[in-house]
Design a protein. Structure first.
Length: 167
């Protein structure tokens, strides 16, 4: 576990070198296992949080921004239990407020590590989060077309326009 924790800051520092970069928990786990040579078959959720937990303390000790803000869920693009902000007690934030704080922390990471970051850069959700939200909006907009109902039996009429029950 210590080898993975030690390898985390260099991996996340490289992620922060890209403007608005992020890494999923799954990709971080794969990179840590590849980098250290230590592998596990344990479910990701059972160990990655314990790897990330001491990272925030190391970041503070080294004068680094909160690098754990760069690690997000594949399914949402949002931070998870591995993210800790030193100014807020653990689990005191949730939802949009948590994501806003994480976005500000990610911006601090980019400002520290990324020389190409525009001076007017602002905190924003990860590109993965934005893609997922856009996909959800498109899915919701693609609603099922309204179907015709028979005046006699009130059953849905097939696309032929002729009621199967009443003919």
């Amino acid at each position: 576990m210590d080898a993975w924790t030690d390898a985390t800051i260099p991996v996340l520092s490289r992620v922060a070198e890209r403007p608005y970069g992020h890494i999923t928990y799954k990709d971080l786990a794969e990179e840590l296992q590849r980098t250290t040579g230590y592998r596990t078959r344990t479910l990701l959720g059972n160990w990655i949080g314990r790897v990330l937990e001491p990272v925030i303390g190391s970041c503070l000790d080294q004068g680094l921004p909160p690098l754990t803000s760069l690690v997000v869920h594949t399914s949402t693009g949002d931070v998870g239990d591995g993210y800790h902000n030193p100014q807020h007690p653990y689990r005191s934030l949730s939802g949009d407020r948590l994501e806003a704080v994480a976005a500000a922390d990610r911006l601090a990471c980019y400002r520290f590590f990324c020389p190409d970051l525009p001076a007017d850069a602002e905190p924003r959700p990860t590109s993965l989060h934005s893609e997922i939200e856009e996909s959800r909006r498109r899915s919701a907009a693609a609603t099922r077309p309204e179907r015709q109902v028979c005046d006699q039996c009130f059953m849905e009429v097939p696309r032929t326009g002729v009621c199967d029950n009443c003919g």
